[in-house]
Ligand binder design. Structure first.
Ligand SMILES: Cc1cc2nc3c(=O)[nH]c(=O)nc-3n(C[C@H](O)[C@H](O)[C@H](O)COP(=O)(O)O)c2cc1C
Length: 435
């Protein structure tokens, strides 16, 4: 194994829902967005290329932040509709053997017992390959489907999530390794002395336990997290095993990685046990010129796309961006109870630049060129940042794009000894921690 090896994952943006709706190349998947086919295709391609994991994004409401109406969201399919990612996951697990599958579930929508039970079941049926992207919710519309008028305040959501994690961990560790006896001669199925209720009675949750099933192969799902605020980093330092984030350049990547690693140290953990993966959307083609042309074409967006992007920014921040002029700087301070780290990046910038400069939604680490060129560039960036890998995303998702990455770019990375050619282990966590 080379010291320079890094990890690969895929961010299934827009979750279990329509993908490249109305884009130049959408293939045949649009009409079948309620079926698992696209996900299965992606999962098999990722496993062929030795990816660590497939992360399914999620949110569970039809947003209405932009212009106070859900019309733009439904017209352009902005972050809606979405089906339940935890139902897609078993199809992906069954179609693969080694790939980790990460589902997004919110700590302000689930009850901890329900979530702990769900992850335990998925890890059992998936033979130790499940992960959980821990999110805390962001816009009020989401909260309104779960008994509240507004989201809890930003930092308090993370306090609740800490307690949520404590309950789940108690449930996942409540059965001793040898609690399941399965002794036909003595007639003992399980030993009650080795199964422990948790009797949790905290500020937000009350749970007796024990969990209703024995430990799963990994016992706990791999914990994935994306919060970039100081409170989000503290949460990641305490719980996360992989953090997904976007960064503008290698300097920014280094700074973020260091902050997350420091949070792990502050929480008394080994920072090497958190793999920080950075969003990227490489544009690969047969020649440098063709790739550059494709990239330039992706920057040309029409009015529909502008409205799409404004609606999306509004949902993520809880701020209605229809109130700002497109060609003037945004206020120097934007108050948000939503995704705070994203909003900080937009303050004082011109809306048009935010929308047009970032068509692929992956920061401004531009990897554009032939597969050979992009592989060398990724190597350079990882050498500079010193870890831990990349998370691919493309809001213009298509089967063609997937193949360009998994069967075009990745073989070039493998040739350089930068990514795995075979899985080291059977379980998701063991593969993630292998280097
Ligand atoms: C790559 C990436 C993926 C994310 N996926 C989701 C998601 O699926 N669902 C969700 O509600 N939030 C998602 N988020 C938002 C984060 O969970 C988090 O709420 C956000 O980064 C704001 O956190 P902060 O306020 O600590 O900065 C994602 C963020 C990033 C950077």
């Amino acid at each position: 194994m080379s010291a320079d090896m890094f990890h690969l994952a895929w961010f299934f943006s827009k979750g279990f829902g329509p993908k490249a709706w109305k884009h130049r190349w959408h293939g045949s998947d649009v009409a079948r967005f309620t079926k698992p086919d696209t996900g299965v295709f992606l999962a098999q391609a990722l496993e062929r290329a030795g990816f660590d994991y497939f992360m399914i994004e999620d949110s569970s409401n039809v947003p209405y932040t932009y212009q106070g109406s859900h019309n733009a969201y439904l017209k352009h399919s902005v972050d809606t509709p979405k089906l339940d990612p935890t139902v897609l996951a078993p199809y992906l697990l069954q179609a693969t053997k080694k790939l980790g599958i990460v589902v997004t579930c919110s700590t302000t929508e689930y009850q901890p017992f329900m979530l702990a039970r769900l992850m335990n079941t998925l890890d059992h049926v998936g033979d130790g390959r499940i992960g959980w992207n821990v999110v805390t919710g962001s816009n009020d519309g989401g909260a309104q489907n779960y008994n509240r008028d507004k989201q809890w305040p930003h930092d308090e959501r993370y306090d609740m999530a800490d307690e949520f994690m404590e309950v789940c961990k108690g449930l996942w560790t409540g059965w001793d390794d040898d609690a399941l006896v399965l002794d036909l001669e003595k007639g003992i199925f399980a030993d009650g002395d080795k199964v422990h209720p948790i009797h949790h009675d905290g500020k937000y949750f009350k749970v007796r336990g024990p969990l209703s099933a024995p430990p799963s192969p990994q016992r706990t799902p791999v914990i994935c997290q994306a919060g970039g605020s100081p409170r989000g980093h503290r949460f990641a330092g305490t719980h996360a095993e992989t953090v997904i984030t976007s960064a503008n350049n290698p300097e920014d990547m280094k700074r973020q990685r260091e902050a997350i690693r420091q949070s792990a140290v502050d929480a008394g953990r080994d920072p090497d046990n958190i793999k920080v993966l950075f969003l990227v959307s490489p544009v690969i083609d047969e020649t440098m010129e063709m790739a550059r042309m494709r990239y330039s074409a992706s920057l040309e967006i029409d009015d529909n796309e502008v409205e799409y992007q404004l609606a999306s920014l509004s949902r993520q921040s809880g701020i209605d961006f229809s109130q700002f002029a497109l060609d003037e700087p945004l206020p120097a301070v934007l108050e948000s109870n939503g995704h705070q780290s994203m909003v900080k990046k937009w303050e004082g910038k011109v809306l048009n630049d935010i929308i047009r400069g970032n068509p692929l939604n992956a920061g401004s680490n531009h990897f554009v060129g032939t597969a050979d060129y992009v592989a060398a560039h990724m190597d350079e960036v990882m050498q500079e940042v010193r870890g831990d890998g990349f998370l691919f995303v493309n809001s213009y998702f298509s089967r063609r794009y997937v193949t360009e990455i998994t069967d075009g770019l990745v073989p070039e990375l493998q040739k350089r000894g930068l990514t795995r050619t075979a899985y080291e282990h059977d379980h998701f966590r063991d593969n993630l921690m292998a280097f």
